[in-house]
Design a protein around this ligand. Structure first.
Ligand SMILES: [Zn+2]
Length: 73
């Protein structure tokens, strides 16, 4: 209730999007990374994202990740 500041965190891949909660399974609208707490802790594991965090980051920096298509209802 009073620790919102600690649960908000920036996208670990692009650093441009802020997730509201820890482990929210939200998708970053900038790079398409899904917020997965386990993958943050173990960046070489795949999980919600089929690429591991280290690999995703590398590809994002190399421009190999397409920005997500956002479906606004
Ligand atoms: Zn991102």
């Amino acid at each position: 209730m009073n620790d919102n500041a600690e649960t908000k965190h920036l996208c670990p891949v692009c650093g441009k999007y802020e997730f509201e909660e820890r482990d929210s399974f939200d998708m970053c609208t900038v790079c398409g990374w899904f917020d997965d707490d386990l993958q943050l802790v173990k960046p070489n594991l795949s999980g919600r994202n089929h690429l591991c965090l280290n690999e995703y980051r590398k590809k994002w920096k190399a421009g190999e990740i397409e920005p997500p298509i956002i479906d606004n209802e």
